[in-house]
Design a protein around this ligand. Sequence first.
Ligand code: BES
Ligand code: ZN
Length: 886
Amino acid sequence: MSQFKGQARLPKFAVPKRYDVKLKPDLVACKFGGSVAIDLDIVADTRFIVLNAAELSVNAASASFTQPHSSKVFKPSKVDGFEEDGILVMEFEETLPIGLGVLDIGFEGILNDNMKGFYRSTYEHNGEKKNMAVTQFEPVDARRCFPCWDEPACKATFKITLEDVPSELVALSNMPVSEEKVNGPFKTVSYLETPIMSTYLVAIVVGLFDYVEDHTCDGVKVRVYCQVGKESQGKFALEVAVKTLELYTEYFGVHYPLPKLDMVAIPDFSAGAMENYGLVTYRETALLFDDQHSSASSKQNVTITVAHELAHQWFGNLVTMEWWTDLWLNEGFATWVSYLATESLFPEWKIWTQFLDESTEGLRLDGLEESHPIEVEINHAAEVDEIFDAISYTKGASVIRMLQNYLGAEPFQRSLAAYIKKHAYSNAKTEDLWAALEEGSGEPVNKLMNSWTQQKGYPVVSVEVKDQKLKFEQTQFLSSGSQGNGEWIVPITSCCGSYDVRKSFLLKTKSEVLDIKEFLGCSIAETESGSSCNKNNTVCSWIKINVDQAGFYRVKYDEKLAATLRNAIQNKYLSATDKFGILDDSYSLSMACQLSFASLLTLLAAYKEELDYTVLSNLISISRKLARIAADAVPKLLDLINQFFIGLLQYSAEKLGWQPKPGESHLDAMLRGEILTTLALFGHEPTINEASRRFHAYLDDRNMPLLPPDIRKAAYVAVMQRVTQSNRAGYDSLLRVYRESDQSEERNRVLGSLASCPDPDIILEVLNFLLTSEVRNQDAIFGLAVSSNGRETAWTWLKDNWVQISKTWGSGFLITQFVSAIVSPLASFEKVKEVEEFFKAHPNPAVTRTLKQSIERVQINTKWVQSVQGEKDLPKVLKELPSSKY
Ligand code: BES
Ligand code: ZN
């Protein structure tokens, strides 16, 4: 039997066709019983049936295999479970006959507290704590609910029946109810059989809910289920869902495949949302929206999340990846399409500009040597959790955007619709998508895209101007500053002096030279000084490469080109996307020690009249990271640097003020919150004072208008800046706000601000609070946004509590966020050693990849700090920078 252990995939001698699953959840004892009858096609001679099961106690005596039209019953002589592989092996005395048969198995399991498999979530009703039963099967946990062939390619139909369900509860599954039989306090609920689908998309929810309902124009019934009394908070998501379903039906050219779509808010939920076929589950914060008490960013999050999960109903559920190697097809594509839908629903959000913020996460992770290719080898179920990362999601979405840009929107959509039709109710691989796009566009998509999906990393394209020629050269970009040896087919686009004059080509080799003499009559090459626009020189031009940041790469300009771009930013000639790109590329080059800290600050100064949300939002997060590096590298200059950052934000802060303006834009509402939060973090006294004033008014009356949801985080962070061991009033008040609120969004906001406190003793208290029963396991990560001062405390705390943390979060993907949030900000070679030694002594396979990445980040920080220390002219540059004083 042991020949089946340690394998990546199940053996292929039996193929499941249909599951008849019966489950009896016991919400009081937190356990369940069940039985499954699986229609199998035995396709090769075998004495073994090998399938998945985990943490189930299988009743060996109940197991049997029978054939239609035969009374013979095959009983396994041996039934063995191998927990570490999540498999169940049944051995029979004789070879099973080729052809159809039915495998019956009875089993029992526990409704666990780990937010995976079949689990328990809790809620309060009329002041009483109650349980609900929920499933989360992706990636590999259907096997925790019933024995099955738990691989995406093993598609089958599912007939589900729930027995002994308390009559007053709502019981949902993928399909509509076919029959409900009430028997006193209990009922039996049967559902229609599903179309053929993968196990990871099967779902069940049993609990107390209210709902709101609507229909699409072609008759799909859509409902949003919320906690009793909160159903009005489901209305916004309902509206988004109906519109999005209609949009996708048109975009993919295929109807939504099921008769209904339910969306449910679950109080305990490990991911943000899950696309179960016809029964999408969400965290409360990703589904609920309250006009009075939710923020603009929350509204956006709900929209994007709903649009993402509904995209999966086609891309993922109808057409499914063949194996986890192609997870990115699911996640990268759903991410890209969610922006497409959001743009159509809310054009004023400029969501494609905001996409760059997302894309940047992919660029950051993929700038590590410990990154992985988009198409990643998976050799064991335990490896799957870790690839739900920025490579699969945001690099995936970014390369799709790059390709769509290159092929054009119309051929792209047409080819996608053909792909969906061709692979519906089946599985596909990356190359199938390329084939469809190649056929639809006539372009060599496969060749072009392999360089992006089959190797890790991406290029930085260096551009030099010389003798009226532009020289392009690609090398792999690594944040460590090391040389990588990747090479890509890079779609280069450029604009000179105006967005009307463009030139594009594919950079297929290491370097290429482009003659720009007649490219625009542009004068960059001729300007003697080349550096900037002076008063006597009326000709003032610039060249921007990677126009609109449509390509997944970075650009490094020579001095001359960089200076003209700085000038173009100052003079507001560039689009928001391009300004974002120049900023982000420069920041990353600085991290890789290829651009000095001083030059980077000089560039930042060019953004001081910036008002675009996405550009400013990135400027803010970059400033915060730079302040951390400066704190380590040049502590004596930190005050000056913080003043400079405060100065950079004054222009926009003054424009926005504290109080929302009637009818102002969604983006201004989000921006105000981010700017004020950052000013508070940088210790800007007037901001902190005003925040405290408004906070106290809010404490007295939670409904007064001085502290609307969009600026609450800023107020909370500001309050925490003044908290110390001996002055804890602000902290205690925030805990009161936390305890008194029943809105997840508000509670997370409080959690997210507590550890911004500069006092390490308070931080330790906050971190310990995260481990108490007052914080749901799903939310603890929000409390890990620790101030620079608290880094050491947090690292020590992680070590001290590793056993508990590992036990509580240890086999899901939440643990990776703990490690990354606490380890990544550290910055010294001693810490690298400490981290390595600690995890050698306390290994956890769920964090192997994340740990390597976090350690690499510590090394990068360390090198960067050293490099900044070597910049002798930094004090001088800093004093000469405009806008240093406010
Ligand atoms: N399929 C995922 C949910 C998931 C994530 C399952 C990780 C198992 C492990 C779902 O479609 C998803 O991507 N959810 C995102 C939300 C989205 C808006 C990016 C999430 O949970 O963050
Ligand atoms: Zn997804």
